[in-house]
Design a protein around this ligand. Sequence first.
Ligand SMILES: Cc1ncc(COP(=O)(O)O)c(C=O)c1O
Length: 388
Amino acid sequence: MDSLILMDNEVHQGFETLAIHAGQEPDPTTGAVVPPIYQVSTYKQDGIGGLRGGYEYSRSANPTRTALEVCLAEVEGGTRGLAFASGLAAEDTLLRTVCKPGDHVIIPDDAYGGTYRLFAKVAEPWGVAFDPVPLGDVDAVRAAVRPETKLIWVETPTNPLLGVADIAALAAVAHDAGALLVVDNTFASPYLQRPLTLGADVVVHSTTKYIGGHSDVVGGALIVADADLGERLTYHQNAMGAVAGPFDAWLTLRGIKTLGVRMDRHCSNAEKVVEMLTRHPAVREVLYPGLPEHPGHEVAAKQMRKFGGMVSFRMKSEEAAVAVCERTRLFILGESLGGVESLIEHPGRMTHASAAGSPLEVPADLVRLSVGIEDIDDLLRDLEQALA
Ligand SMILES: Cc1ncc(COP(=O)(O)O)c(C=O)c1O
């Protein structure tokens, strides 16, 4: 099957080279240098079962999606990549492949609200118990493990409080317990952090974010190191059917090509925004793993190339936080993150409203920025006027 053919790693080693070429050989028929959008549901068979290139029906496999899946596997250092209709579709497929009723999962006490909702409103009624635990505290994670724990689910950095978890240490805890370590790598992207190389078993992405990078497509991905797990997930991907369509796969693949250069700019802009916010009298606290006083700074410096484009900060009241969100002119008030354009939001009332009243409820005075790649002076001016 084409999705198992990875690159010749003697020629293709560097991140950007893989991002631009992995899974994307020029089209053998036309020479087109970009994989075409195979907008097709079914494929002619040369006699019953005589498949050309392994394709029979686009839920099972589609050449544009294959190109994306190979590229995702390569940039994360895995053996198998799988592309889904959304990040949550990827999460749900993983959960229902690895867990069954009676199992237990450890989740972060700070995570994307939709991930929490999946565990609380879908997985738990199905019979999978879960415990939110502060993942920065490895002993607390070890203490929360039960005989029926199947997954330790990590976000690092977390959404929206930018907490950091030590991937290698948690991989050891998971493996001692016979569980898998899952890392949601959406905030870092594979350019900044490659969890499989640190011992994680599964990487999850909302490719909607930095990987797609242009706020024009919703998608998700799973990448695994172990070939057998890859086979089981591929079976469930087809059996459950929440696959990425060809055009979405093509847009995502187009986004990946520039991930490295975009991330460099996201990071350098974010560092300057953090510098300004930490000095601003209206701001109570800035949350960014690049700050030396951040409790996860050392771990982040060890496992990340740079500290990312997401910045959260606390104002002195909820009203002040809401006012800043409504006063920016360049930072667009909106959910999501990771696109080229800067976004601002109030997690308590927007992305994390579904966690209200739960252990994952976020502070009401919190503001989250997705720092884009616009001119930094324009971004700083906009924030200054919104904070004034
Ligand atoms: C960290 C994280 N994981 C997963 C998701 C879910 O992804 P999607 O919205 O593509 O379903 C999101 C969405 O915001 C997210 O921020």
